[in-house]
Design a protein around this ligand. Structure first.
Ligand code: MN
Length: 513
């Protein structure tokens, strides 16, 4: 098998990414991300496990019916019922690719599956052979890098002989180091040399900080497909970051002479969209896609860049569309600006939807200077996708941090003519804001699971972006930006609690409790 020239980009943000601690994407959030992934021109989008819940089934079904361009693939365990449900979920799609998986490491087979080696091989053969009603089957040798080499090859060969067209090699626990990945790939390639049409795929987790290195080594050793996640989110410390792999392939084309069809100018927009829907903001010094990725501060570096950008810039801001001018939306904004801003968020709205969004946006903008991205996304979800946040408004807030006393906070919420306020003191301003807002929403047993503050734009008037997630009575994420970090914090926390309160109200539950 020749080393492939073309690498297929297989996005698994909606599957692995959604498994990030604290993240629970809504069906409309998943659809918006999938639409943006289509704009990026990914080859395939891996969705969740339709068998796992009615919500997962509905999300797969909706995305399969609406996404044009990328193949929409789903995941199924090596079990007949999983395969049947996955096939039904994909019915609206033009193609029916299913990705089945089973663990092949001794520890997983003995402890998790309680199956012998021959039982696992039989199960692989049975499941893949059932592909009669599916066009394309990929097989994941789950825990590939912790499996015994000979057994791994037998498992892969069994799947291919029964009709699998893709063999995926996940480093599911982020355990491998790069040399091992290269040898593993070469071994699998050698054992499949009589099956040149089989595509070998790598799927790396970042537990040892080696996900990008391992992925690139895999490509160098002949992988024709990489499974990647926007912003590198995922369970534990995350999966390989999609944007880092793609830009590394471009920046070091001399070392990785492969092609892909990704549109890098869509990367920043996609990264922002995923941050907003998950509430997970990247650390500012993360490679590619975050705020510092294209900034230079050292005098020596600045001197070099001013003389010629190639001295220190291996990735230009233009290449990933960072630093583009944001359109500010306010009550005077027109339809064209609104349509463009929605497009930046990955949302394509019909004329009638634009009317509804614009009317709502203008009513909200009455007392505000501008509607930010999170606010606009919430309006779109509310008006078009039918997801009802409670829509309470933070009408007042006050933080006193008169050291050495503990900070004290007072917040006021307005909702359908009623006003509630609450206050308290605590260890820090953000913690106290959270406690006061929980009281104002009359909730309890809610935990602030994640809070992240990053500078969104530079300068004295720069904006701070805050992402927050809470846990307790469901999961919810919030995002807000404001020049005042405490106000951004209050708005993000308010949004996240509002997201929990809305469905509870709609389901008939009392707001309190
Ligand atoms: Mn994974």
């Amino acid at each position: 098998m020749e080393i492939p020239q073309r690498v297929y980009i297989f996005d698994t943000t909606l599957r692995d990414g959604e498994q990030s601690p604290g993240v629970a994407l809504t069906a409309s959030g998943k659809l918006a991300i999938a639409e943006q992934l289509a704009r990026l021109d990914v080859d395939a989008i891996k969705e969740g496990l339709p068998k796992s819940s009615a919500g997962d089934f509905a999300a797969v079904n909706s995305i399969a019916g609406q996404i044009v361009g990328p193949v929409v693939a789903v995941l199924a365990r090596c079990q007949p019922t999983d395969l049947e449900v996955a096939t039904r979920a994909l019915e609206p799609a033009l193609k029916l690719p299913i990705h089945v998986f089973i663990a092949t490491s001794s520890v997983h087979m003995q402890i998790k599956l309680k199956m012998s080696l021959s039982q696992v091989l039989d199960r692989i053969g049975d499941t893949v052979t059932r592909r009669a009603y599916v066009e394309d089957v990929g097989f994941s040798v789950e825990h590939a890098t912790r499996s015994h080499g000979d057994f791994l090859l037998r498992a892969a060969l069994t799947a291919v002989e029964c009709g699998a067209s893709i063999i995926n090699l996940p480093d599911a626990a982020g355990y491998a180091i790069s040399g091992e990945c290269g040898r593993l790939l070469e071994g699998v390639r050698a054992s499949l040399r009589d099956r040149p049409a089989t595509r070998i795929s790598v799927h790396c987790h970042n537990d040892l900080g080696l996900a990008v290195a391992n992925t690139l080594v895999g490509i160098g050793a002949g992988a024709g497909q990489v499974e990647v996640v926007i912003n590198g989110i995922g369970e534990r410390v995350g999966n390989v970051a999609w944007e880092e792999v793609v830009i590394a392939l471009s920046a070091r084309h001399d070392q990785c002479a492969v092609s892909h069809r990704i549109r890098p100018e869509e990367i920043d927009r996609t990264s922002q969209l995923v941050s907003q829907f998950t509430g997970m903001l990247g650390r500012p010094n993360k490679a590619i896609g975050d705020r510092n990725a294209v900034r230079q501060q050292s005098g020596i570096h600045q001197d070099g860049v001013l003389k010629d950008r190639c001295t220190y810039e291996i990735v230009t801001p233009e290449a990933i569309d960072v630093g583009k001018t944001a359109l500010v939306l306010g009550k005077h904004s027109g339809r064209h600006a609104l349509r463009k801003r929605l497009a930046n968020l990955g949302i394509v709205a019909s004329t009638e939807e634009l009317d509804r969004i614009q009317t709502r946006m203008k009513s909200l903008a009455k007392g505000k200077f501008e509607v930010n991205d999170a606010g606009l996304t919430a309006i779109w979800q509310d008006q078009v996708q039918g997801i009802k946040a409670l829509d309470a408004e933070l009408t007042g807030w006050e933080v006193s941090t008169d050291a050495p006393r503990c900070p004290s906070v007072r917040v006021t919420l307005g909702h359908q003519g009623t006003v509630r306020d609450a206050g308290g003191t605590g260890n820090g301003a953000v913690d106290t804001l959270f406690e006061a807002l929980v009281r104002a929403f009359e909730m309890k047993d809610i935990e602030l699971r994640y809070y992240c503050l990053v500078p969104e734009s530079p300068g004295e008037d720069g904006m701070a972006a805050v992402g927050a997630q809470v846990f307790g009575q469901g999961l919810s994420a919030g995002y807000a930006s404001d020049p005042d970090v405490l106000k951004a914090s209050a708005l993000a926390i308010k949004e996240v609690l509002d997201g929990l309160a809305g469905p509870r109200l709609a389901s008939g539950a009392a707001m309190c409790g």
